[in-house]
Design a protein around this ligand. Structure first.
Ligand SMILES: Cc1ncc(COP(=O)(O)O)c(C=O)c1O
Length: 374
């Protein structure tokens, strides 16, 4: 074959790699990283994605996973085994709660949910078997902003690891490892890939030992990502900085518009001066606040349905963070798996609508919202 040098990494759409003979396969095991064996164990595309996310987050190593859920699972298994206890922020993605409540509990890993206000004062929640605290930099769906430096210090005081889901913030705004987190994870499905066409995840470790442990968990549990999804994610990641800037600018304008609209009872966006963690969010996000917000309409399904049916720019699509805007309904979708008590305690009711603000011309988004709310 001629010595061709593609500018972009080609898609290594293969499940396995060939070896000349036994010496060659032995060399693979003697010099790991020098070449590839089997794509579940490692593939140039998934390695490229893991390294790109690792660079963004400033870690010592990372693993790319088949989804954000696989990333959460891998992160929890890095530190937990049967008999262990997890502290989890009460404000958490419903899938994370489902994993803990329905599945990890079966494997002997128990959970206690910590109210937002207590995340930096864990004494009342820590047990002798507690291993870690799981939280989100900006919570889904109410956009509560965790003081990562204080949470990391509190975890250290109690000998706990801090695991941060940075999906909503992205490393373009906040790098949790720099505040003392031990692992940072993503639903790459969201902003990192950014185009609503990939399901993927990633976990980044602060130490090389944890990164090695993560990789082993990825391989042995079969959580790793396919070449094509990795390639698409790498392509998306190249524009993260630009996309996040546009998402943030648009979301700030949308939040301001909604905050002044008589049909809207409340707006949850850290960029609003009235947000309880506005100053913290500004400090942790470099003066920017992300592309996600939630709004409260009357607790009447007919009102919410009317808004969804009328909006053209915010289709009801239960995901987030694509370049095209969308809306979602936490009660019916992302937070279904929470118990009634959890949802009521958080204020996740029928009237709560979550917007993922895209990068379209902002005037078009505001005009659409105006007519949908009229
Ligand atoms: C904050 C957060 N973390 C994790 C996930 C799970 O990611 P995935 O759907 O890629 O498995 C989601 C999905 O919505 C999410 O919003």
């Amino acid at each position: 074959m001629p010595n061709i040098q593609p500018k972009i990494t080609p898609i290594y759409q293969t499940s396995v790699f060939k070896f000349e003979d036994l010496d060659a396969v032995q060399q693979y095991f003697d010099e790991p990283g020098s070449r590839y064996l089997y794509s579940r164990n490692g593939n140039p595309n998934s390695d490229e994605l893991a390294e790109a996310v690792n660079q963004w987050e400033g870690g010592a190593g990372a693993v790319a996973t088949g989804s954000g859920m696989a990333a959460i699972f891998a992160a929890l298994l890095t530190y937990c085994q049967a008999g262990d206890h997890v502290l989890c922020a009460a404000d958490i993605y419903g899938g994370s709660a489902a994993l803990l409540n329905l599945e990890l509990s079966r494997l002997g890993i128990t959970v206690t949910y910590v109210p937002f206000e207590q995340l930096t004062d864990l004494a009342a929640y820590v047990q002798p078997t507690s291993r870690l605290l799981l939280c989100e930099t900006m919570s889904n769906p109410l956009l509560r902003v965790v003081d990562l430096r204080a949470a990391a210090a509190e975890c250290q005081r109690h000998g706990l690891k801090l695991v941060v889901d940075n999906t909503f913030s992205t490393p373009a705004l906040t790098r949790p490892l720099a505040y003392g987190a031990d692992l940072v994870l993503h639903s790459v499905t969201k902003y990192l890939a950014g185009h609503s066409d990939v399901t993927a995840g990633a976990v980044v470790a602060r130490t090389a030992a944890d990164a090695a442990r993560l990789r082993q968990i990825g391989v042995v549990f079969g959580l790793t990502l396919s070449p094509m999804e990795s390639w698409l994610s790498v392509r998306g990641l190249k524009t993260l900085r630009l996309r996040v800037a546009a998402h943030c600018e648009n979301a700030l304008a949308v939040a301001g518009f909604l905050a002044g609209h008589p049909a809207v009872q409340a707006v949850y966006y850290p960029g609003l001066a009235t947000h309880p963690q506005h100053a913290l969010a500004a400090a942790q996000g470099g003066g920017r606040f992300g592309g996600m917000l939630s709004l409260r309409l009357p607790d009447d399904a007919a009102v919410v349905n009317r808004f969804m049916q009328r909006s053209r720019r915010f289709p009801f699509a239960p995901s987030l963070a694509g370049v095209d805007s969308s809306c979602s309904h936490p009660l019916h979708t992302s937070h279904r798996a929470l118990t009634d008590a959890q949802r009521t305690g958080l204020g996740i009711t029928v009237g709560l609508v979550r917007l993922s603000v895209g990068i379209e011309p902002v005037a078009e988004l505001l005009a659409d919202l105006a007519q949908a709310l009229a």
